[in-house]
Structure formats: C-alpha cells, structure tokens
Design a protein around this ligand. Structure first.
Ligand code: NDP
Length: 300
C-alpha cells in the first residue's frame, strides 16, 4: 500500500511517520516539497506519488494569526484540501484528513457528536469547516478525524509552554472555564494506522465507512486541569519549578483576550470511532504523563 503523508513535520505528521511506517510504502512530504500555497505543485506531488491513501497532516494552525491572514488560512485549510479530495477521487485513493473542535461554537451542553450542527466562530474554524465540506462534496472516499487540544513531545504546544512559564515566572494563571480533551499526536497517529490497517484488510472499508469521526482522548479537562497535570508530572520527575501545580491560579477566558474566540465546550463524543475500530481510547492523562517522561528524561 502506498501512503502519501503531507505535513510530515507537524505534531501529527511526525508521529504518523512513526506509526504508518509499518503500514506500507510511505512517501513523506513537508512544506519544503509540498507547499499548500502552490496548488499546481501540490497536484503534481499527488499525481507523481500515485497513492492508495493520502494522509493530510498539514494545516494552517496559528489560530489567532489566521484572523488577519485569512487568505493563507483558507488556501491551506480549504482550497488545498479541495484539491486533495479531487485528486483522491480521481485516483481512487482514500483521503485521511484532520479537523477540529473549532468547527463548533462551544455552546452545547454535553459532548458534540459528528451530526451536531457546526458554527465556527473564527477564521481558522471556518477554514477547517470549509475543508471538511470540500471533502464531503468531492465524492472521494475519506475519513475526517476531528480532534482537539493536540500535544506532542515535538513542536510547540500548551504543555511545553506551561513548563517554561512555571520555570520562569512567579505566578501562573490558566483558564479554567473551557473544557475539552487534551489529545496526543501519538494517539492520533496510532488511530490513523488502525484505519489504514482496516483499509488493507477490507477492500470495501472506505466505501462503507467514509465519514467524519471524532477522535480525542477519553475524559475531559479544562486548560487549568491540563496545566496541573503537566506540572504535577514535571515535579514528580524532578524538574525544578518556580510555580508548582498547587500554585496555578484558575481564571476565566475573559482574563486572556485573544484575537480568535475559543469554544467553551470542546468535548467530542468518540463512540462512532471506537465502535468502528473496536478500540478503547485511553484517558487524556495517559499520554500527558508519557510525553512528560519523554521530554524530561531526554534533558541533559
Ligand atoms: P502543526 O501546526 O504541528 O503542524 C501543521 C503542519 O502543517 C506543519 O508541519 C506545517 O509546516 C504544515 N504547514 C503549514 N503551512 C503549510 C503549507 N503552506 N504547506 C505545507 N505545509 C504547511 O499541527 P498539528 O500537527 O497539531 O495539527 C494536525 C491537524 O490537527 C491539523 O489539521 C489541525 O487543524 C488539526 N488540529 C490541531 C489541533 C491542535 O491543537 N494543534 C486541535 C484540533 C485539530 P511547518 O512545520 O513548515 O510550519
């Protein structure tokens, strides 16, 4: 099976390099060889690759910057995705793509299912939703995996920022009125591998099961809970901190005005995905602890 992996240097892309390497022949590209701002070149990459599966881990993910950089956000998150979907349809390849909790406005009580109405509140959210719609309209076989609060030991993310701030500052305030599920890039890549495994085993798998699936770790947390877990583990592993987990101050979203609004509720129901693949998604703490061990045991 030939797998074309795009965005191979991002958090999810990097983990996909690891988890997909045993699934077939991997053709890996990053921005330097497949820039989503240049559609003709991107089309050429896909045509020359002749993949059975396209995994798209590339995206414009700078949520606040997107508010002033709409053209690039829509180009990368929707126009280029439309191109990938059209190519997948033409080449009879399956497209695996990632989307986000930002397609919702976050006002629902309870967990969002795949059928819930979307209502993005930011340029990033709208650009990702347009990408989803382009795939749905294309007629290609696809899996859209909607995830949230992604972290990894590689790349910049909230967990690493918290460690840095807790080492540098005397005080640390973290938002406690947004809830979601911190989800590791490793988990996302492993589930992607599971889908590809099914595609290999069952020729009609993509045809029968194409659709949108929520993919997040089990449980729920606020950013405050997430930060507390990160610092608790950091202390356990012997890292010297100026602010410990008990010192973090919970604050409301209004304390941190941002260019792009965040959904207050990002909780996604994963029953559709876990039933499809017959898997149990681990609780969010599992991979947070694992990442902390990876990060801190590597330090000099
Ligand atoms: P990252 O920001 O870590 O990776 C995105 C990758 O896209 C980067 O490697 C980046 O390249 C690449 N990229 C950006 N612009 C271009 C371009 N013009 N051409 C080609 N590649 C480009 O994101 P994640 O791995 O965290 O995200 C993976 C997916 O998950 C995305 O679809 C995202 O929308 C979704 N998601 C992410 C969440 C999160 O919290 N991060 C939450 C919910 C969903 P470079 O390294 O050169 O900058």
């Amino acid at each position: 099976m030939k797998i074309l992996l795009l965005g191979g240097n991002g958090q999810v892309g990097w983990e996909c390099q690891r988890s997909l390497s045993i699934m077939g022949t991997l053709d890996i590209h990053d921005r330097s060889t497949a820039d989503f701002l240049y559609l003709d070149k991107l089309r050429k990459v896909v045509r020359e690759s002749k993949p059975d599966v396209i995994v798209n881990a590339a995206a414009y993910t700078a949520v606040d910057r997107a508010e002033d950089d709409q053209e690039a956000a829509f180009q990368i998150n929707s126009k280029a995705v439309a191109l990938l979907a059209a190519e997948a349809r033409q080449q009879n390849a399956c497209l695996i793509h990632y989307s986000t909790d930002y397609v919702f406005d976050g006002t629902k009580q309870g967990f969002y299912s795949e059928q819930d109405e979307t209502n993005p509140q930011s340029v990033y959210g709208q650009s990702k939703r347009d990408g989803e719609l382009a795939i749905l309209d294309s007629g290609c076989q696809f899996f859209i995996l909607r995830t949230s609060w992604v972290f990894a030991s590689r790349g910049n993310n909230f967990a690493k920022t918290m460690i840095k701030l807790a080492q540098e500052r005397e005080e640390l305030s973290v938002v406690s009125d947004q809830v979601g599920a911190p989800t590791s890039a490793e988990l996302i890549a492993d589930v992607t591998a599971q889908i590809i495994y099914q595609l290999r085993q069952k020729p009609d798998f993509a045809k029968k099961h194409s659709g949108i699936y929520n993919l997040v770790a089990d449980g729920e947390a606020s950013w405050f809970d997430f930060a507390r877990r990160v610092l608790t583990k950091a202390q356990e592993l012997g890292l010297a901190l100026r602010v410990g987990p008990q010192g973090i101050v919970p604050v409301s979203t209004t304390s941190f005005p941002r260019a792009a609004p965040r959904p207050a509720n990002s909780r996604l129901d994963t029953i559709k995905l876990s039933t499809l693949l017959n898997i149990s998604l681990p609780d969010w703490q599992f991979h947070v602890d694992k990442m902390m061990i990876e990060l801190l045991e590597k330090r000099p």
